[in-house]
Design a protein around this ligand. Structure first.
Ligand SMILES: Nc1ncnc2c1ncn2[C@@H]1O[C@H](COP(=O)(O)OP(=O)(O)OP(=O)(O)O)[C@@H](O)[C@H]1O
Ligand SMILES: [Mg+2]
Length: 311
């Protein structure tokens, strides 16, 4: 549904994004994950046809967003980072106005308005001035204008930023519902959010895609067997050096969790030291109360991928 090929964009002498390519299948929910300044907004503005790329091209359902911009734009709904809402308009009149701007007929707007307001759950606020709505509800108005013309593709730039936790949960649910019928691309710098909502994640850093996978595979691919958590019954002052002495162990950290001594062991890449560790513990006469491989959280993966450490 979306094909981005070698997108590069320069605002001045420096590239904001470089050689960004990806495809999004129909009905997929794709997440763009990256820290501030990574190039998420730039990429999304290019996808929606608001910013022509310096190099590269985007097609939506086969239509080039630059050369066939009308056809392409008809197929896309966009929630920008800051929604240009007219604060003195009521929710309904703003949505009608946006529909007109998009070239919808009065009849089409009329028949669609009720549905859209239901979808974003703004029923009690139809007549409310946008300026009097809370941030989360304004964000819903932003989503409403994005879905008004029934686009096949939805591009949502940080849809949950700045709203309270309860509304965040609501908004995530809403996006997932929308994702059942539409192709959705959303950006976020919140890792758990992306892994919760999206089927696939692109990690973007300094204008380049540094990783691409399902949230699950990203974690599994980097998990390996290198990190283990062991609980040992025995004197920490002896257990710690004994664990550190095991061949293949790089580092051990110890925590005392209400009398439970937990050791996190970092092994050399690709090494599974479970047998060696249990052996060392038992042969010293201590008790082995737990031993498990621990994966990385998306936060850790992200740090790894973006701090240029060797994987
Ligand atoms: N209008 C502009 N003029 C000049 N430079 C810009 C402009 N917009 C963005 N940039 C630069 O391009 C780079 C990418 O910015 P972009 O807004 O795409 O990042 P982002 O991933 O959306 O960040 P954030 O998480 O802060 O929204 C940054 O270095 C930014 O300073
Ligand atoms: Mg941004």
């Amino acid at each position: 549904m979306i094909r981005a090929e070698s997108l590069t964009h320069y605002y001045g002498p420096y590239p904001a994004i470089q050689d960004v390519s990806f495809d999004v299948k129909k009905g997929e929910i794709l997440g763009f994950l990256g820290p501030n300044g990574a190039g998420k907004t730039t990429t999304m503005r290019i996808l929606t046809g608001y910013l022509p790329p310096t190099r590269g091209k985007v097609t939506l359902d086969g239509f080039d967003v630059v050369e066939q911009s009308l056809e392409a734009r008809r197929r896309v709904g966009y929630l920008p980072e800051t929604v240009p809402l007219y604060t003195d308009m009521s929710v309904t009149s703003y949505l009608k106005y946006m529909g007109t701007l998009r070239g919808m007929s009065a009849a089409a707007i009329k028949s669609r308005l009720g549905d859209v307001i239901d979808v974003v759950r703004l029923g009690d606020y139809r007549k409310t001035q946008i300026g009097k709505l809370s941030k989360g509800f304004r964000q819903r108005v932003g989503i409403a204008q994005a879905i008004l013309h029934e686009p096949q593709v939805l591009v949502l730039d940080e849809p949950t930023i700045g709203i309270d936790p309860i509304q965040v949960v609501e908004t995530r649910k809403l996006i997932q519902e929308l994702g059942r019928n539409q192709t959705v691309v959303l950006s976020s710098h919140i890792l758990p959010e992306v892994s919760m909502i999206c089927e696939r994640v692109l990690i973007i850093h300094e204008g380049r895609i540094v990783a691409e996978d399902t949230p699950k595979n990203l974690a599994a691919g980097l998990q390996g067997v290198e990190r283990l958590e062991v609980e040992v019954g025995g004197p920490a002052a002896e257990v710690l050096p004994a664990l550190k002495k095991i061949k293949g162990v790089n580092d051990v950290t110890h925590t005392n969790n209400n009398g439970r001594h937990i050791y996190v062991i970092q092994a050399q890449s690709g090494q599974d030291l479970r047998d060696e560790i249990s052996q060392a513990v038992i042969s010293s006469g201590w008790s082995l109360r737990g031993l498990q491989l621990v994966g990385m959280s998306l936060e850790e993966i992200f740090l790894r991928l973006t701090t240029h450490e060797e994987l």
